[in-house]
Design a protein around this ligand. Structure first.
Ligand SMILES: Cc1cc2nc3c(=O)[nH]c(=O)nc-3n(C[C@H](O)[C@H](O)[C@H](O)COP(=O)(O)OP(=O)(O)OC[C@H]3O[C@@H](n4cnc5c(N)ncnc54)[C@H](O)[C@@H]3O)c2cc1C
Length: 385
């Protein structure tokens, strides 16, 4: 079916990005995987190319676009080439919207030019060693100092994407204890300078996939956070998370769809090339049926993400819509990638083949941004259950 979700501008961006990935990312991607992160300069290069500034308003050095579809193009092109851009989707697709929505004029002037250029990399720290799905249970605290000039931050976070490279981290912390009526009350967001005294980047975590993305533990010991770095109003952090998580989940849904589509392409090329019992793997009826079934699942996932992208650009995507898209597309990706790996035989298990990396990279889609079980809870609640 003809796809109608992208316009000429999106397609022109796709063309430029595809050429850039082929020329500047694919040749060095193996080195990034071995290093466990992308080089810091690469983020500046993305900034130079305008990739980080797409949604940054023009007065702060960006292009002032309002469409999330450009982020979808980035996900699709990375998956197609079998690469990732490290923590860059967290920087621009997850963190930037918080600064745009809740930052004051003074904060935007201070941070957005660096965000667009890649000089100031962002990460977001919600998850703690003791709490992930149940964010209201977070223990990190930020107490306002007696003289009212700064907060004092204490606590620990884990699994923070981009946590090694980040210059500023949006930290969720308790500024007041939960109330008897509302466990979510008393949470605030701070845009913390990672060079502050008492701010420590702990281990870079060893993951089964997403090897080019730095994922870190963070700890805060009496970190002084100036009151000017509080984002939005004190105590409203949970509602801010609630408003931004649907976009994060849509981003994961799009990425999962794109990975599934890429898996089918990789498998299709492989089975045409590989000969067993004197015939190509593609010639077996089982191979044709497997790939046809996978393609049908990919088509369904594409319909879901396209509809969700349109709804999001119209500012109509609900929390349940995003949860449903994430649940469906990430489960499709897991099934499709597994079946496509099977068609590669033993080579599919070797990291040098992109299908092997996709298998490991895609597994986390059903966990981060809220697990599949949490997505089901959100959908069930919207059904009145
Ligand atoms: C690679 C990676 C990158 C990440 N990046 C970030 C980041 O940048 N920033 C950040 O803040 N976090 C990040 N995370 C954390 C991620 O969002 C959490 O791992 C996720 O939300 C799940 O939390 P948890 O790991 O504590 O699992 P838990 O909450 O302990 O869940 C354990 C199991 O219990 C199930 N469960 C939980 N609640 C329910 C329920 N109500 N009903 C039924 N089952 C339930 C879960 O589905 C899961 O199967 C990242 C994680 C990974 C792996």
């Amino acid at each position: 079916m003809r796809r109608t979700v992208f316009n000429e501008d999106h397609e022109a961006f796709r063309k430029t990005l595809r050429a850039f990935i082929e020329a500047e990312v694919v040749p060095v991607y193996g080195e990034w995987l071995a290093a466990g992160q992308v080089p810091r300069e690469f983020y500046r290069r993305l900034g130079e190319l305008g990739v980080f500034g797409i949604e940054v308003p023009e007065e702060y050095g960006g292009a002032g676009e309002h469409s999330f579809k450009f982020q979808a193009v980035i996900s699709e092109e990375c998956a197609r080439a079998g690469v990732t851009f490290g923590g860059s989707s967290v920087h621009v697709a997850l963190c930037l919207p918080y600064l745009l929505a809740y930052g004051t004029e003074e904060q935007k002037k201070r941070w957005l030019p660096g965000v667009a250029s890649g000089e100031t990399m962002l990460a977001i720290a919600m998850t703690e060693p003791g709490t992930g799905s149940d964010l209201a249970g977070m223990k990190t605290t930020a107490r306002l100092a007696a003289d009212g000039t700064h907060y004092v931050l204490n606590g620990a976070k884990t699994f923070i994407t981009g946590g090694v490279h980040a210059d500023r981290v949006i930290v969720c912390a308790r500024t007041a204890p939960p109330t008897a009526e509302d466990r979510r009350a008393g949470i605030s967001l701070f845009v913390v300078d990672t060079k502050s005294d008492g701010y420590t980047v702990g281990r870079k975590l060893d993951k089964i996939g997403l090897k080019a993305s730095d994922t870190a533990e963070l700890s805060f010991s009496d970190v002084k956070v100036p009151v000017e770095d509080l984002l939005g109003e004190e105590g409203k952090g949970f509602s801010y998370l609630g408003q931004n998580l649907p976009q994060e989940r849509l981003g994961i849904a799009v990425g999962a769809y794109a990975q599934a589509a890429a898996a089918v392409r990789f498998a299709q090329a492989y089975v045409q090339d590989r000969t067993v019992f004197g015939q190509s793997v593609a010639s077996f009826q089982n191979t044709k049926f497997e790939l046809a079934a996978c393609q049908a699942e990919v088509d369904a996932a594409q319909a879901v993400v396209d509809r969700a992208l349109e709804a999001h650009d119209r500012r109509e995507l609900t929390a349940a819509d995003a949860a449903s898209a994430k649940l469906f597309c990430t489960e499709v990706a897991s099934r499709v990638i597994d079946r496509c790996l099977q068609l590669h035989g033993g080579y599919g298990y070797m990291n040098e083949y992109p299908i092997a990396r996709l298998y490991a990279d895609s597994r986390v889609n059903r966990i981060y941004g809220g697990t599949s079980e949490v997505m089901k809870s959100i959908i069930a609640k919207s059904m009145g259950l």
